[in-house]
Design a protein around this ligand. Structure first.
Ligand code: ZN
Length: 242
């Protein structure tokens, strides 16, 4: 199945926290979307592999994803090396996305910057036909996504562009709350963590409001890009008074 937009996250919930809104906006625009989680988040203080699998499947339904997979890399200990690059290349060639969304280039969790570097390298290498990968015993064709964008997650980074997600903000919060073991849940008996306080969920909303304010809309998600973005015309710009 070919996807238009494929989002990668080091941990299940990275994508929901950072760019679930854009995925849903694009889905409602008729695009095919998917998520590939690099690890199962097994080092997280709260929850288990099983609960996180159920949670990410629930979030996938809310986001109307066409595909979601997990590469089962080691949480905290995966590397940007040949072995991991080949696994990511096989996933990119399987779904042939035009655009990849991936972790922030700098962030609180060290897996995020590692994930970003891995995606940049694999995204490029995937286009080299002499690198062989196979799916179900069949050699895959080379595929290079046109853009790899980094979403902004925990640490503040100045965005290169932001996307209006006002129409889908409620669904984004619902997708985040699908991870009931990870985020604020008054009924949970597990230890409190950096991300399980009510303040953390509020900070997601404030960040989206702040990015939205930059372009004169209610909520937005922010991204950085190594490539310069070209516009086909000025109609694509949100032309609000800011
Ligand atoms: Zn993460």
């Amino acid at each position: 199945m070919k996807l238009d937009i494929l989002a990668f996250g080091a941990h299940p919930d990275d994508v929901e926290l950072s760019c679930a809104g854009v995925l849903l906006v694009e889905k409602l625009n008729g695009k095919k979307t998917g998520i590939i989680d690099l690890t199962q988040g097994e080092m997280g203080t709260r929850g288990t592999i099983e609960t996180r699998q159920k949670e990410s499947a629930d979030a996938a339904k809310i986001l109307q994803l066409d595909a979601r997979e997990n590469l089962s890399f080691a949480d905290g200990f995966f590397f940007n090396d040949k072995e991991h690059q080949l696994s990511v290349i096989a996933a990119i060639r399987k779904y042939r996305p035009e655009i990849i969304l991936c972790n922030a280039t700098e962030d609180r969790h060290p897996d995020h910057a590692k994930g970003a570097a891995l995606m940049y390298d694999a995204g490029f290498l995937s286009g080299l036909s002499k690198i062989e990968t196979s799916l179900n015993g069949v050699l895959q064709l080379a595929w290079r996504p046109k853009y790899v964008f980094n979403y902004i997650q925990d640490r503040y980074l100045h965005p290169d562009f932001v996307v209006d997600i006002s129409a889908v903000m409620d669904a984004k919060i619902e997708a985040i709350k699908a991870y009931s073991t990870q985020f604020y849940n008054p009924g949970s008996l597990e230890p409190q963590t950096y991300i399980s306080t009510p303040d953390f969920l509020e900070s997601i909303i404030f960040r989206a409001k702040m990015f939205g304010k930059m372009i004169g809309v209610q909520y937005a998600e922010g991204f950085t890009s190594k490539k310069v973005l070209g516009l086909s015309g000025f109609d694509a710009i949100v032309q609000n008074n800011t």
